[in-house]
Design a protein around this ligand. Structure first.
Ligand SMILES: [Fe+2]
Length: 165
């Protein structure tokens, strides 16, 4: 993150160096949320086969859950004195979750890929939570517990849904 433009400073009692570290980690996790959101929607739109209805509906629920946390994460970054994402390019530069632009992906491969991506997001969220904790930003770290729980739940559903027999 570049030095904060003074015009965008927001009030906080927390140490600015510490919140900058936490803000950077949150912005990375936020970029991964957007990458995962769009991939989940992509698979919602393109899933096929005998489990179409189940998978299509589950992926829509998961996409909505992911999208709902993005605003909360971005606003935690602003409330703690930092700036957040500004563009699709900004997301692409920070996200670790890779695009899948293939024409056809088998339904089981979709579920496996999303499960791994959700677990990757859990790692990023834990890093952000840790940084927030070190900054004394307990509001972010306690919210992050819910974001982590939801991502673990998505990974669990994706795992069980893909299980044979
Ligand atoms: Fe839809």
């Amino acid at each position: 993150m570049a030095d904060l433009d003074p015009a965008l400073a927001t009030p906080t009692d927390l140490n600015r160096n510490d919140t900058k570290t936490a803000g950077d980690a949150l912005n990375i996790a936020l970029a991964d949320c957007y990458a995962l959101y769009l991939k989940t929607k992509n698979f919602h739109w393109h899933v096929s086969g005998p489990h179409f209805r189940d998978y299509h509906l589950m992926l829509d629920d998961q996409a909505a859950q992911i999208l709902a946390v993005t605003d909360v994460i971005a606003e935690r970054v602003r409330k703690t004195g930092n700036t957040t994402l500004r563009s699709i390019g900004d997301i692409a530069r920070r996200a670790a979750i890779k695009d899948n632009d293939k024409d056809f992906v088998k339904p089981d491969d979709m579920l496996a890929e999303l499960r791994d991506d959700n677990l990757k997001l859990v790692e990023r969220l834990r890093e952000a939570r840790e940084a927030a904790e070190e900054a004394g930003d307990t509001a972010t770290s306690s919210l992050a517990d819910d974001w982590i729980d939801e991502a673990e739940e998505r990974a669990w559903f994706l795992f069980e849904t893909a299980r044979e027999g």
